[in-house]
Design a protein around this ligand. Structure first.
Ligand SMILES: CC(=O)/C=C/C=C(C)/C=C/C1=C(C)CCCC1(C)C
Ligand SMILES: CC(/C=C/C=O)=C\C=C\C=O
Ligand SMILES: [Fe+2]
Length: 558
């Protein structure tokens, strides 16, 4: 194994061991002219610092200037990934627990431009996969662009070819690619850029996901190779689904919204199959379209279907230019509802009106029992944006880049829904703890997966240390003490804290929390916190800062 020093692209040189892959490996031509590294306002061409395998060149003073200028302009969190792939061993400060054996995978929209065209919204970027592999206290890392059809078409044609979250190709672009007018309206023009999350199915397959069903893509968790589409073999149809299925070793549950006949199919897929089977259907109680379902919660016996007043909007879906609420519309008069479906029978056991709410992410849910063991209510927690849709606009890249350090992040809280199961038509929504405990920022949550659907005490999320324009702390929430422990590093943008339980643990918070930090100086590192004390136990610096990422999963060592 050769020991190499990385170019001085972060403030301090970092010593990295070369493992079985070239340190810099461009998938473009052999000059390293990778698509990810091409020039734009947000990502400069670093191709001449991309060396042939096992050789890393130090950037020239001029290149250093470009890098410094870029880093001054934009936080690295909101700057496109600089090259398509990289892999190497990292030097660890602190200690990685020896029990931590496996791979953490993170997905997210890490490339926000095509040639000189810059995307507008955080959610538009092409998927960048990152892996952190832990083995017997050693630590290798890597990143790679997902080879979706949308990404490959953009690379080949040097322009947008599919509809992303907010970006719409000019008809000529898409027709040049697919050559069929009808396809523009049939769903063929929707993106398969699976940039939201990544899940490990019970059968071991690892699938990247987004909100379009065609954006379900199988990857190899070791190499990050794109293996092909995950094709659903049933005939349930529809074009979209929840970006966050509930995945355990036993099942994959998700929701399929129906925009024509407003409602949701609740479906289940068994490991080893590609066939979703219908558990039941929920009819919307408000209109004119289903509420956006980015995620939903489950308990041991029930699936909770949220009907948010932020609803899909057919007109906005067809618009060429983004609206302030993108493909959605806020319908406060249509009210908000939560529907509870029995997993076993598909019957609706409760459908309650709740106060208006805005959430991307449910945290967890559980059944509340009386002393005789009868289920009296369901508690469902989410990262709730105080029924304020402006968070969508705050996630526009222009806002993320321009208001760094300004206090423009709207307040959010842990919204706790209490859904009575006694026939009462209304549910409650309250803050599970004082939002000042976490700086009134709240999103990107995880829990100990062994507590999924069960009464739980702890959650991990991103909170705020103000002033800020984006959640900038890692926070451990204690729902019993109603307290939070916060981790903060000035100028840092941490990604979703991900909890991995220690094998054999008895305590809910016995484990580690993994996050990746994008630093204000352009650097970045992987961070491990102790799940219980929430103190740092290890960090390992990447050769360069990575863009912000969304959701991850854990692939245990076989
Ligand atoms: C990154 C993230 O969290 C969300 C991504 C959402 C996407 C890509 C949504 C895409 C959509 C379309 C391209 C048209 C249909 C509606 C909708 C599902 C919002
Ligand atoms: C990053 C985010 C919200 C942050 C606001 O506080 C939402 C991401 C949604 C998609 O996964
Ligand atoms: Fe999400």
């Amino acid at each position: 194994m050769a020991s190499l020093t990385f170019p001085d692209i972060v403030r301090q040189p970092v010593t990295v061991q070369c493992c079985y892959k070239p340190m810099y490996n461009s998938l473009g031509n052999d000059k390293g002219d990778s698509f990810a590294a091409r020039k734009s306002n947000t990502s400069r061409d670093l191709s001449s610092s991309v060396a042939s395998p096992l050789r890393v060149t130090v950037p020239s003073p001029a290149q250093k200037e470009i890098i410094a200028e870029r880093n001054l302009q934009n936080h690295v969190a909101w700057t496109s990934i600089r090259q398509e792939r990289w892999e190497g061993e990292l030097t660890v400060e602190g200690e990685i627990p020896l029990w931590l054996n496996g791979t953490y995978l993170r997905n997210g929209p890490g490339l926000w431009h095509i040639e000189d065209y810059n995307f507008r919204h955080l959610f538009d970027g092409y998927s960048t996969l990152v892996k952190l592999h832990f083995e017997n206290g050693r630590f290798t890392a890597g990143h790679r662009q997902l080879e979706s059809e949308a990404y490959k078409a953009a690379k080949k044609n040097k322009r947008l070819c599919f509809r992303e979250f907010s970006e719409v190709p000019k008809p000529a672009n898409f027709l040049a690619y697919v050559g069929d007018l009808a396809s523009l309206f049939s769903g063929m023009s929707l993106t398969d850029n699976a940039n939201t999350g990544v899940v490990r199915l019970g059968d071991g397959r690892v699938v990247c996901l987004t909100e379009t069903q065609k954006g379900s893509i199988i990857i190899d968790p070791n190499t990050l190779d794109t293996l092909g589409k995950f094709v659903y073999s049933d005939n349930l149809g529809g074009l979209i689904h929840s970006a966050h299925p509930m995945v355990t070793d036993a099942e994959f549950l998700t929701l399929l919204p129906n925009l024509v006949n407003p409602g949701y199919l609740v479906v289940r897929m068994e490991p080893g199959t590609n066939e979703r089977k219908v558990i039941g259907r929920v009819d919307c109680r408000g209109g004119p379209a289903p509420g956006w379902v980015h995620s939903f919660p489950v308990t041991e016996h029930y699936i909770v279907v949220p009907e948010m007043p932020l609803r899909y909007c057919a007109q906005n879906l067809l618009r060429a230019e983004p609206t302030p609420l993108y493909k959605f519309k806020w319908h406060p008069n249509s009210k908000a509802f939560l529907h509870v479906m029995s997993k076993a029978s598909g019957k609706i056991v409760a459908s309650v009106e709740v106060p208006l709410f805005v959430t991307f992410h449910f945290i967890n849910a559980y059944e509340e029992e009386d002393e005789d063991g009868r289920v009296t209510a369901i508690i469902a927690d989410c990262c709730e944006h105080n029924a304020n849709t402006s968070i969508l606009d705050k996630l526009r890249l222009h806002n993320l880049r321009s208001f760094n350090g300004e206090d423009v992040l709207p307040d959010a809280r842990v919204g706790r829904f209490i859904i009575p199961l006694d026939g009462n038509p209304r549910g409650k929504l309250e803050a599970a703890l004082d939002p000042d405990e976490h700086g009134r920022g709240m999103d990107m949550c995880s829990i100990n997966p062994n507590y999924l659907g069960k009464k739980y005490r702890y959650a991990y999320a991103c909170g705020a240390q103000r002033p800020c324009n984006f959640p900038n702390t890692l926070t451990k929430l204690d729902f019993v003490e109603k307290k939070a422990k916060n981790w903060y590093d000035e100028g840092a943008v941490p990604s979703e804290p991900f909890f991995v339980a220690r094998p054999g643990a008895n305590e809910e918070d016995d484990g580690v929390v993994i996050s990746m930090i994008s630093e204000k100086n352009g650097g970045g590192y992987a961070l491990l916190l102790d799940g219980s004390t929430f103190k740092e136990i290890a960090r390992a610096r990447f050769p360069y800062g990575l863009p912000y990422g969304l959701h991850g999963c854990w692939v245990p060592k076989k």
